[in-house]
Design a protein around this ligand. Structure first.
Ligand code: ZN
Length: 136
């Protein structure tokens, strides 16, 4: 497995507009992508920071994983996303090493990327997303 960079940090928020205003106008970052990821019941906004991104996550339904996270922990950092060169191989490698996965195999995430989450029970409390973007 080859990890190439921190792709983004996911930040769970209760309300998108004031946070977008803070990151956009307050921190002067550029919002470059926004979409609803139906499978995860979230609206996501990506702000570019050099080679990486900050991903704001707003639940679109009370049973969204992000809503459950906020109920338990409040707003804040939700996950760290690491870009890998071959996500299918990375998932198989981790499973073979006994690492507990949230996703047994890669699935479609935001931006059309392939993503798979590692269970925080296997990472000492950090939810880690592996992601691989489509070839450009
Ligand atoms: Zn993410």
């Amino acid at each position: 497995m080859k990890i190439t960079r921190i792709d983004h940090l996911g930040i769970a928020v209760k309300d998108l507009e004031p946070v977008k205003k803070l990151y956009g106008e307050g921190l002067n970052l550029t919002l470059h992508h926004e979409e609803v990821v139906e499978s995860q019941k979230v609206r996501v906004c990506f702000f570019k920071v050099g080679e990486t991104n900050l991903e704001l996550l707003l639940a679109t339904s009370p049973d969204s994983p992000v809503a459950k996270f906020i109920d338990k922990n409040g707003e804040g950092i939700h996950h760290i996303a690491l870009e890998v060169d071959d996500i299918a191989a990375a998932v198989e490698e981790l499973k073979a090493a006994g690492v507990r996965m949230v996703d047994d195999k890669p699935r479609e995430g935001a931006h059309g990327a392939q993503v798979a989450f590692i269970h925080p029970k296997s990472t000492h409390g950090v939810l880690i997303e592996l992601c691989q973007h489509r070839p450009k």
